[in-house]
Design a protein around this ligand. Structure first.
Ligand code: SF4
Ligand code: SF4
Length: 372
């Protein structure tokens, strides 16, 4: 049976604005029936790396906070520390970055609680008994919350093709140990022809895995030290660092889907997902800048199924004509695969197929439009 995925486009009137339409989406997924008085509700989102400008607008999050409060729930905004040395590497830096991006109590009406503690080690081992993992390491405040709302900015992603609800849950709720575990099979390599020796990758590598060979001043990655976080791939201005898009990157997608199961464990009926298909950038919000969107702004989706909402988001993006001013050079025609256009060898379907295979959700969905 097709799962309903509710959709609001961006059309508004003087009497019905986009916040009202977001409220209508929350009604459609019966958010109020999932939250009881006094429950702690995790609003899992991405605050954006310092310099990024495509993260979800805090005023949209405020609308969701208001609805949770109407149920007398206690909402908090949450995310986990990053593997790499950016502006969200520990809870103090993370909260500072979030507030600088507008996620302040005065704006959003809810406090920030970083899910894995001040140094990214506050985690709980959650038993899932799936094909890859028996248990996964999830940020403790996610585990200890009563309900979870995944609020995702839908966009491209250099390692897994696209980032939506599954990635927000799977990678985003994992502790540092969990993230490391998921990435550990990925091994990047440097094209010495393209590398200019600028040093950017080494500055971002939290593992000290990148050095320079004196004579040529080319980056060299030590496979033994590399943690597989993927950050060097995304920061290299020359696109000189490559991953082999093979079984290993497909394995990362499967792992993050199993981690998503761990993040939702015990809260399967107390969870909801929103995907904002607005400012669809080629890369994720971990970037310290936001490149030109690959398609026009499309709207907001809501569902109780994280697989269905991501499948619907992919389809809506691929249906559009590609933005000629963006980095997208292939798959630009309506119906063309925008994510393979960005990352030609990515097998982004793996996360959706695997999510369905292990019972996290369904790829069969039906769009139900919220009309004016
Ligand atoms: S960021 Fe790219 S160009 Fe710069 S040193 Fe690293 S691999 Fe070379
Ligand atoms: S070399 Fe390895 S650990 Fe360092 S940034 Fe690249 S992928 Fe991450």
């Amino acid at each position: 049976m097709a799962v309903p995925v509710y959709f609001s486009d961006l059309k508004t009137t003087f009497t019905l604005n986009l916040y009202d339409k977001l409220g209508m989406l929350l009604e459609k997924i019966s958010l109020k029936s999932k939250i009881r008085k006094g429950e702690l509700v995790a609003l899992k989102l991405h605050f954006g790396e310092k310099g990024n400008s495509s993260f979800i607008r805090p005023t949209f999050v405020r609308k969701i906070v208001e609805v949770v409060k109407q149920c007398q729930g206690k909402p908090f905004l949450t995310d986990t520390s990053t593997l790499y040395l950016g502006s969200r590497r520990d809870a103090v830096s993370h909260i500072k970055t979030a507030i600088e991006h507008g996620f302040d109590y005065a704006v959003v009406g809810a406090p920030i609680v970083i899910a894995d503690g001040i140094r990214g080690i506050g985690a709980v081992e959650v038993e899932i008994n799936k094909p890859i993992y028996r248990s996964v390491n999830i940020g403790s405040e996610i585990v200890h919350s009563d309900a979870i709302i995944g609020i995702s900015h839908f966009k491209g992603h250099g390692l897994v093709g696209f980032g939506g609800a599954l990635k927000n849950l799977g990678m985003g709720c994992a502790s540092r140990q969990g993230k490391l575990n998921m990435h550990s099979t990925v091994a990047p390599r440097v094209s010495s022809r393209a590398c200019t020796g600028c040093g950017t990758c080494a500055r971002w590598c939290a593992f000290g895995a990148i050095s320079y060979q004196d004579s040529e001043k080319k980056a060299h990655i030590s496979p033994k030290t590399c943690g597989g976080c993927g950050q060097c791939l995304t920061v290299c201005p020359e696109k000189a660092i490559k991953f082999s898009w093979d079984a290993k990157t497909q394995e990362v997608q499967k792992k993050l889907v199993e981690y998503a199961c761990g993040a939702l464990k015990g809260k399967e009926k107390k969870s909801a997902f929103l995907n904002f298909i607005i400012q669809v950038t080629p890369d994720c919000d971990c970037f310290s800048s936001s490149n030109t969107p690959i398609v026009r702004d499309i709207g907001i989706l809501a569902s109780t199924d994280p697989v269905a909402i991501d499948q619907a988001s992919v389809d809506l993006v691929n249906r559009q004509e590609g933005n000629q001013d963006s980095v997208l050079s292939k798959g630009c025609e309506p119906g063309g695969d925008k994510f393979r256009g960005l990352y030609p060898d990515s097998e982004w379907e793996v996360q959706l197929n695997y999510g369905e295979q292990i019972g996290l959700g369904s790829r069969k969905y039906e769009i139900v439009k919220v009309d004016l």
